[in-house]
Design a protein around this ligand. Sequence first.
Ligand code: NAD
Length: 320
Amino acid sequence: QVPPGAPSLPQSGQNGGVPVSAHKLIDGKAAAARVLLQVREDVARLHGQAIQPALAVILVGSDPASQVYVRNKILRAEEVGIRSVEHRLPSDTSTEQLLILIGQLNADPAIHGILLQLPLPAQMDELRALEAIAPDKDVDGFHSQNVGGLSQGRAVLTPCTPSGCLYLLEQTCGDLRGKHAVVIGRSNIVGKPMAALLLKADCSVTVLHSRSHDAQALCRQADIVIAAVGRARLIDASWLKPGAVVIDVGINRIDDDGRSRLVGDVDFDSALPHVAAITPVPGGVGPMTIAFLMKNTVAAALAQHHALRSQSEAVCHSIY
Ligand code: NAD
């Protein structure tokens, strides 16, 4: 997700005066627009079957960045025809109070997806809250049932950012089978699900993290690099094999000559001459996250509708 005040795609000539070669840029905005177009068509089909996909978004507290993220998610949902319901709770909400709301949303058949905006205020138990969301409404894919399902290679609701990264890689590289992918970062939100998705796509996967020895040399062996570290411009050309494809998940705000701006985990200017393709920051992975949230909401609505239909068919069968 692109944070507040994010500038648009790097322009030609922004690369320290050297023109950015457009063919090397993986355009996340254009890719997200394609995904959202498909979602809009799927929603229209569901409307035709009298199904109104609906997403509940829960925001606890008043973190400014979270407020912007939530507003963007709700705007995007409206654009594609998904009904959204916002629940704002004060920052002193207890975990128990949040669990009551989640329980109500779980039981509401008109709500198909539940998104709990993270981070929660410090006094709250994040894991307990995420585990309370019904797995079939868990559009962020953070419930342990969905995490386990993904690691078994089953079709489950999958975290939005890594799903968006995989989409960009498939569009850029075509067949991913047998490629060596290095994922830098092992968070539950990005690194681990990314590694699971790449394994499912038949890549050979290496996961690097803060305790890895010789991370740079290992990374240099990769055909595909996914950087999800949260360290501004950590990865420069010396980490990259010539011709690698690079997906930069990092969003880091830096002070650049007194002006605040966003950069990724990859040193874009250093990497660009070495790579076959790279995502810019912003305008790369960010837009994909919301697009896949919408895609997951539609998938959840469809799955719940099918489950309901087979349940009622089973009841009819047992009656007659
Ligand atoms: P995190 O802090 O939870 O995890 C960072 C990971 O990086 C850890 O696993 C750590 O072991 C690893 N790491 C730290 N230093 C390292 C080093 N020197 N070498 C190798 N590994 C190292 O972060 P996260 O939630 O996974 O997010 C990572 C970045 O991605 C952040 O910049 C975040 O803002 C961004 N992000 C972007 C989106 C998006 O939509 N574009 C979504 C989620 C996160």
